[in-house]
Design a protein around this ligand. Structure first.
Ligand SMILES: Nc1ncnc2c1ncn2[C@@H]1O[C@H](COP(=O)(O)OP(=O)(O)OP(=O)(O)O)[C@@H](O)[C@H]1O
Ligand SMILES: [Zn+2]
Length: 618
């Protein structure tokens, strides 16, 4: 891949240099232009020595030795004058259309050549064995990934070790008559390492690896996909034991419809099923399919003897993220002070691919800063860049708006700091980034799978804290809190409808109209109009109560809002340590008041669906 890119760049450079060189040469060889009338005047005044005529172009030099070029509307008109003045005349034929066409043809051939080289070799480099542009298979003993490159998904990896053993010792299994599994379906969110796992299996077992995207099978023409399936498996069987990996298998494997709307895809799927049933156990071809949408797969694919192993690859937890960070920081120079656990804590919800990207981005930032090794602040900045977009330091924000933002963020931060069971504050900034004008970031301290009612209510209050602070200080409402309010409403709604935490509505699930529930969008029809009203009222009550409590809390710490906002206005970004200093100064001035941590936590199961706290944009 890298070689191709280099080659491509080299070719582009060559072309650019060529074009530049040609232009310079043209400039050098083209004498300064003289107007036609000036030329005729010179001719009449006997100042011409010799001219060369080509088409309408006249080049020549005068008695002073100066060269020039001019263009004549009608050469025959100047000929008598040239004759009369005894100027030496050379005539050559104008460039024929043929030469022009040849030039064009040559140029397009060069361009076409470059394009061909790119399109043929770009995706899979030297391992590509089918050079059809749309349909590429990568194979090769060159598979260098191993299980050492995969981290954070140990259970899945453990299951797959067995497959490696099948591939390595297939004779043993064949002798014993055991049936080797034919297909493994890896399902899970994007970027969690499904492709990587498949490659690592091939690498561990040192067998050929054929990789193809599901959508590559589906063509405009009926029958093409099916024949490609046969071709692929024909090839695989010849080189068994081997692994065939089909990414996005849902593109061909989704449920067949009775309407017969997509015949081509069905033919392809049928061919795949036939092939899977077809290969016998002494041809150890293991098919690995990957999908993020297992729910749409045709049940026929999941029957025993086909994809009989189904493994879920989920997003890594805290420890998993640390391990993945370890894998990816192996190739970069990192400073000894790097705390991977701290980094992993700050990136809940990141997939393996996100982490790989983060490490790369941090390394780039460190390089830009001329550092010898990647440090914590490089990671911090890389994370912000990925999560929130780039800093917009030059965004035109007037002074009053800046103040509003500072007080808004201070409001979020103070509520988070004063209430119990809230996520730890990580950073506050009033530098606009991406869509956000300012930001208060919190880090969930430990991996949370369940959330208490207190946590959820306090999270709503933290979200509302920005707007409430604005109201207290400026006595106005602004649109800056739109996202906060949406997030707060969402939590309140789910609290009532999904988690059965409302006192008046009780522990009942209400499939609320806007909520995606267990995969399908439920409609309001699941409960009565009266209940719907009650839900609305209850959600509103929660938000109103939380707003009132937040306001009470912030009003009683009015001075703290001003202090924190002033620090923010000066420093723009402050981290956890600095926030603590401001808090401590304030606390000791008011007599060591401690946050009230007496409320009782109520554990609630299965609330993992709450989005990880990724910061609260204004
Ligand atoms: N568990 C992991 N350990 C180490 N690296 C990982 C892991 N998961 C993902 N990565 C990194 O992310 C890259 C992309 O992951 P991969 O393509 O395997 O994800 P995927 O699950 O197949 O995604 P998709 O569903 O989008 O195809 C890998 O090449 C690797 O660098
Ligand atoms: Zn906000």
């Amino acid at each position: 891949m890298r070689n191709n890119v280099q080659l491509g760049l080299f070719l582009i450079l060559l072309t650019v240099l060529g074009v530049l060189g040609y232009n310079v040469w043209l400039l050098e060889t083209t004498p300064p232009e003289r107007s036609y009338s000036a030329f005729v005047d010179d001719l009449r005044a006997d100042r011409m020595v010799a001219v060369a005529i080509r088409g309408s172009e006249i080049r020549g030099h005068d008695r002073g030795g100066t060269e020039f070029i001019t263009y004549s509307p009608d050469i025959t008109a100047v000929m008598p004058l040239l004759d009369q003045k005894d100027v030496e005349v050379k005539v050559s034929p104008p460039p024929s259309p043929f030469t022009r066409v040849m030039g064009l043809v040559l140029l397009s051939m060069i361009a076409g050549g470059i394009w061909l080289m790119f399109s043929r070799r770009s995706t899979y480099g030297d391992n590509t064995i089918w050079k059809d542009k749309r349909f590429q298979i990568r194979t090769g003993p060159g598979e260098t990934k191993t299980f050492a490159d995969v981290a954070g998904i140990d259970e899945v990896q453990e299951e797959l070790k067995e497959i490696v053993d099948f591939l390595k010792n297939h004779q043993k299994y064949n002798l014993l008559g055991g049936r080797i599994p034919k297909g493994v379906l890896l399902q899970g969110p994007p970027g969690t390492g499904k492709t990587l796992l498949a490659r690592a299996i091939a690498g561990e077992a040192s067998v050929p690896f054929y990789s193809i995207g599901g959508s590559d099978f589906v063509e405009m023409f009926a029958g093409v996909g099916a024949s490609r399936v046969r071709e692929l498996f024909g090839l695989a069987k010849k080189t068994a034991p081997c692994i065939v990996f089909i990414d996005e298998i849902d593109a061909i494997g989704s449920r067949r419809t009775s309407g017969g709307s997509n015949e081509e895809r069905e033919q392809t799927l049928n061919a795949l099923l036939v092939e899977m049933d077809g290969f016998s156990s002494n041809e150890t071809v293991i098919l690995i399919g990957a999908t993020n949408r297992p729910d749409v797969l045709d049940p026929a694919l999941l029957r025993p003897g086909r994809f009989d192993r189904q493994l879920t690859v989920s997003l890594p937890n805290l420890l998993g993220r640390v391990r993945i960070l370890e894998v990816h920081t192996r190739q970069v120079a990192v400073s000894p002070g790097l705390n991977l656990t701290l980094i992993a804590q700050g990136i809940p919800g990141f997939s393996g691919a996100d982490i790989a990207n983060l490490v790369n981005e941090a390394a780039l930032i460190a390089a830009r800063r001329q550092k010898q090794a990647v440090e914590m602040d490089d990671f911090e900045d890389a994370k912000d860049k990925i999560l929130l977009g780039i800093e917009r330091r030059n965004a035109a924000i007037n002074e009053r708006e800046r103040r509003v933002i500072a007080y808004h963020e201070a409001g979020h931060a103070i509520v988070a700091q004063l209430l119990p069971e809230t996520d730890k504050l990580h950073k506050i900034t009033i530098i606009p980034r991406g869509m956000a004008m300012g930001l208060t970031q919190q880090i969930p301290f430990e991996e949370r799978y369940t959330y208490s009612l207190v946590y959820l209510l306090n999270r709503i209050k933290v979200l509302l804290g920005g707007r409430v602070a604005e109201k207290i200080v400026f006595n106005h409402l602004s649109t800056g809190a739109a996202n906060d309010i949406a997030a707060a409403t969402d939590i309140a709604t789910r609290l009532v409808c999904e988690w059965g935490m409302s006192a008046s509505l009780g522990s009942t699930v209400y499939r609320h109209k806007q909520h995606q529930f267990l995969g399908d969008i439920a409609t309001r029809g699941d409960f009565s109009e009266a209940t719907a009203r009650e839900i609305d009222l209850e959600v509103r009550r929660i938000i109103t109560d939380c707003t009132e409590e937040t306001e009470k809390l912030l009003r009683s710490h009015n001075r703290l809002i001003h202090e924190l906002a002033e620090v923010l206005l000066i420093n723009e970004t402050i981290d956890a340590e600095e926030i603590n200093i401001v808090m401590q100064c304030y606390m000791s001035s008011v007599g060591g008041m401690q946050p009230d941590r007496t409320e009782q936590a109520v554990a609630v199961p299965s609330v993992a669906a709450v989005q990880p706290t990724r910061g609260i944009p204004v």
